[in-house]
Design a protein around this ligand. Structure first.
Ligand code: B3K
Ligand code: ZN
Length: 877
């Protein structure tokens, strides 16, 4: 541990910046070893800051070396400024001046991938949240918005493409014979949206005509060998641009929109103004190398980054506590876009399933925080599922409470009122409230309270009056940071079914409908439906109308009925999950007690009816037939017994497989897709059901099924079918699994994105010696510790490997801790993310919990980055 502990920053301490930067002129003399950055900052005192003599404090980094500093024409000697804690402090300044600053940075040695760094043979940048300070001294905070002009100087033979934000305005030769290019971005922006790219890149060009008939040039840049994999992203971009015009009335503003793919990137992509930078795994796609899931991911991320042009760039965040203002809203926008492009229910099930597995776990863990955190040590740690996914749920609830028209009026008002400003979550809610007249006072608590609320529902039917009363109680978990949570405003969408599964039109507050939104906004409320003949079966929280844990004592018969008949497709899935969870819970208990596993499964009955329901979208059938994941079962369990979960889930899977063997064989044959590969909703749906059916069928030890797994692996003409067969072979311990894995690597070793999938699957492979195997994998030529995608594949995959990671001797935990310690120095953001599985130690069965804790303590004893320190210290608190 460091001698001085890193500082906590609090939202309540926010003050406006004492200085503003109207114009930022940057010159980069690019060189791998030492790049010279010269900045000319046109600064003035901020009239909104009360202090007329506040010193100028600029943010920098350990990796930025100051060469020269001048204020207007006066060169500041060393005594007239101070350098402390990576800050540059100038005490005496005029009210308005130009600060010129020359700094040196070393892109080649930048392993944190923040600021300016090298990826393959290119230069690229990543500045959100606080990366710009690793390029030069600056007021690196999102409420300082400036107009940027950027000059890039480089050797054109090696860097023929030189890009920055906005429009290219000039190009020429320097006296030394190098090339310079000047870019100007007319839209004021915070430094986190700055970008620079230089490299020998190939480009795909296209155009888009906006709704006001302006032609926008679209360009996607990649290394030349990847140019054949950008067509899908380009089409997705055009769909996104059209959708944002049609759905939000938002048009693109510059004349050019560029995307660049880079191999080394800490996250998915970045919405820099006019110059998005993408992790190549989120941009490149081709049928032979990309699975359906990855196609959908490419489309969603292209859309997400594009949508940020309004929700994030034109209207940005005042401070980083407001991150969900742009991220929650933009995730909601991309989710709705994907739903519109494909199937709304399928998309909803996928998003909710992810939220309930991963965000609920985060919200119950030591890093739990509200979507607008009140404090942080390192902001990079708060690019979380809570800020993003729960943040999107909060915006979705606003949409539910207002209805689509008023929500659109609210978003129009928000964009118009705040265009060009850096604002807060309160400003967003105020616009929604002002435009709609809907009171969101209680609702706003979602921004400041953490934890997943529990909603418990009981009911009573009065046959004399025909009244059906639903009593709802809400409770938000009490935590150390949240001793007195208040009731939230929770929209609960509800429908009622009769005993035959027909929808009932019931009266609530004199309104008759088959579907009502109940406003639960106090601790306990009763909702009375009238005009009923018999006790109905409630379909609660339809479409997952709020991110809560709902508790209602459904009988197995109720769940089977909802599963087969609910008009809300989402709740058909939800009922099946509940039924499966009930059965798995029994099996887990048996496994924990060392008993033989045995169950009279009713789920099987429900599944049998389902596979014969020809009215359902095959993608929905596949989702309903998918058993709750080990990760979701772990989220529900307390304490977690990993081995029991694994055993129970496997038992139920085999049981279902055997009971429905004929059905799975027939599903496999019926849902084969013929013709050329297409990533359409329809084809994806058929492939998902076909491949799921095969993964069950093979569990029956049927020889034909085993042969089909191998044949499909060998003859598939697309990665979805090939990789799915391989995954099934690995997980079902197919006799040829090892050969298939080896041949897959041989076939694809020149395609890094496919190799990453191979690394991940290899790291997930369950076996007694999984730790040794994963160690060997890190020595494999395909592995590279410098590349975040490879680290995520191997160590992320290993985190899901129950027999490896949770090995009873603690070797899995020790191995991961060793890697975190190594990466802590190289790339703190990646290291910090890898800590997540260890932070769940309090929920583990006692023997494992102690071993995990010991590893956390071992990490804490190291000299840690702020990133890792925050996660580990909070986990141990
Ligand atoms: N805004 C970026 C995330 C930046 C993460 C910085 N550690 C990508 C996105 O959400 O669109
Ligand atoms: Zn985003």
């Amino acid at each position: 541990m460091k001698d001085s502990q890193p500082k906590t920053i609090h939202l309540k301490d926010y003050t406006v910046p004492p200085f503003l930067i109207d114009k930022t002129e940057l010159t980069f003399d690019l060189d791998e070893a030492t790049t010279v950055v010269t900045s000319r900052l046109h600064m003035r005192r901020n009239p909104e800051c009360g202090k007329s003599n506040a010193p100028l404090v600029l943010d920098g980094g350990e990796d930025v070396k100051l060469i020269a500093l001048a204020m207007d024409d006066y060169t500041l000697p060393e005594g007239e400024y101070q350098q402390e804690d990576n800050k540059l402090i100038i005490t005496a300044t005029a009210d308005e001046f130009v600060l010129t600053c020359e700094t040196l940075i070393e892109p080649q040695n930048n392993t944190s991938l923040e600021g300016l760094y090298r990826s393959s043979s290119m230069f690229c940048t990543q500045c959100e949240a606080e990366g710009f300070r690793h390029i030069t001294y600056y007021l690196d905070r999102p409420d300082v918005m400036s107009v940027f002009t950027t000059t890039i100087i480089a050797d054109e033979s090696r860097y023929p493409v030189m890009l920055s934000n906005g429009n290219e305005v000039e190009k020429g030769k320097t006296e030394e014979g190098k090339t310079f290019v000047v870019w100007h971005d007319p839209f004021p922006k915070p430094a986190y949206l700055f970008a620079l790219v230089a490299g020998d890149l190939a480009v795909k060009n296209d155009t888009f005509i906006t709704q006001s008939q302006r032609e926008v040039t679209l360009q996607i840049f990649t290394e030349p060998h990847n140019l054949d994999k950008v067509d899908y992203a380009m089409e997705a971009l055009k769909r996104s641009m059209r959708w944002d015009e049609e759905t939000y009335g938002r048009e693109y503003d510059l004349d050019i929109f560029m995307i660049v793919a880079v191999d080394d990137f800490n996250m998915g992509a970045m919405e820099n103004k006019g110059l998005n930078i993408f992790n190549s795994s989120c941009l490149l796609a081709s049928p032979k190398t990309t699975t359906d899931d990855s196609y959908l991911r490419v489309e969603a991320i292209v859309a997400h980054e594009y949508f940020h042009n309004w929700s994030g760039n034109r209207v940005t965040c005042r401070d980083w506590f407001q991150l969900s203002l742009k991220e929650g809203f933009t995730v909601f926008r991309d989710q709705t876009f994907s739903a519109d492009m494909h199937s709304e229910t399928v998309k909803r099930v996928e998003d909710v399933s992810f939220l309930k597995t991963a965000q609920f776990a985060e919200d119950a863990g030591p890093m739990s925080h509200p979507i607008r955190p009140a404090s942080f040590i390192e902001i990079s740690n708060f690019y979380t599922l809570t800020v993003y996914e729960k943040g999107a749920e909060v915006v979705r609830m606003v949409h539910t409470l207002l209805g689509p028209e008023k929500f659109r009026a609210g978003s129009d008002l928000y964009f118009d009122r705040h265009d060009g400003q850096a604002v807060t979550c309160d400003d967003f809610i105020a616009a929604m409230q002002d435009a709609s007249g809907v009171d969101l006072t209680v609702f706003k608590r979602w921004y400041s309270q953490s934890g997943t609320p529990n909603v418990t529902v009981t009911d009573a039917f009065d046959s004399a009056t025909g009244s059906y009363r639903l009593t709802m109680k809400q409770e938000t978990p009490v935590t150390q940071n949240q001793p007195n949570p208040l009731p939230l405003h929770i929209p609960v969408r509800v429908g009622l079914l009769d005993a035959s599964g027909q929808a009932i039109s019931a009266n609530l507050h004199d309104e008759s409908s088959e579907d009502h939104v109940l406003h639960l906004n106090t601790e306990e409320q009763v909702f009375e439906f009238t005009g009923l003949n018999a006790k109905p079966i409630p379909s609660l929280l339809r479409g997952f109308s709020a991110p809560v844990k709902l508790h209602y004592d459904y009988s197995t018969a109720d769940l089977l009925l909802l599963m087969s008949s609910d008009t809300d497709g989402f709740n058909r899935w939800s009922a099946a999950q509940q039924l499966a969870v009930n059965e798995l819970t029994l099996l887990i208990e048996q496994a924990k007690a060392g008993k033989e596993l045995s169950i009279n499964s009713q789920l099987v009955k429900g599944f049998k009816a389902l596979v014969n329901d020809k009215t359902l979208d095959p993608a929905m059938v596949a989702l309903i037939l998918t058993l709750p994941s080990q990760a979701y079962l772990s989220e529900l369990a307390n304490p977690i017994y990993p081995a029991a979960i694994k055993k129970a889930r496997h038992h139920l899977k085999v049981l279902v497989a055997k009971a429905l063997a004929d059905e799975f064989e027939s599903l496999y044959n019926t849902h084969k897709v013929t013709g050329e590969y297409q990533a359409t909703a329809e084809d994806i749906a058929h492939r998902s059901l076909k491949n799921l059916a095969l993964s069950y069928w093979v569990e029956t030890d049927n020889e034909l099924a085993q042969k089909i797994v191998f044949d499909q692996y060998q003859s598939a003409d697309n990665m979805t079918d090939q990789f799915s067969a391989l995954t099934t072979a690995v997980h079902s311990k197919h006799e040829k699994a090892a050969d298939m894995l080896a041949s897959f690597y041989e076939q694809w070793k020149e395609e890094p994105l496919v190799v990453n999938k191979w690394l991940m699957l290899s790291a997930c492979q369950e076996s007694e010696d999984a730790v040794a195997k994963v160690k060997a994998l890190m020595e494999h030529p395909a592995f590279d510790l410098k590349n975040p995608n490879k680290v995520r594949s191997v160590l992320g995959g290993f985190g899901q490997n129950l027999s490896g990671f949770h090995h009873s001797d603690g070797s899995g935990y020790r191995f991961l801790a060793d890697q975190i310690i190594v990466l802590n120095k190289r790339n703190p953001q990646i290291a910090s993310r890898l800590c997540t599985p260890l932070t769940r130690w309090k929920k583990m069965e006692p023997a494992l919990s102690a071993k995990m804790k010991a590893e956390l303590e071992r990490i804490l004893a190291e000299d840690l980055s702020k990133d890792v320190f925050e996660v580990i210290s909070k986990s141990l608190a």
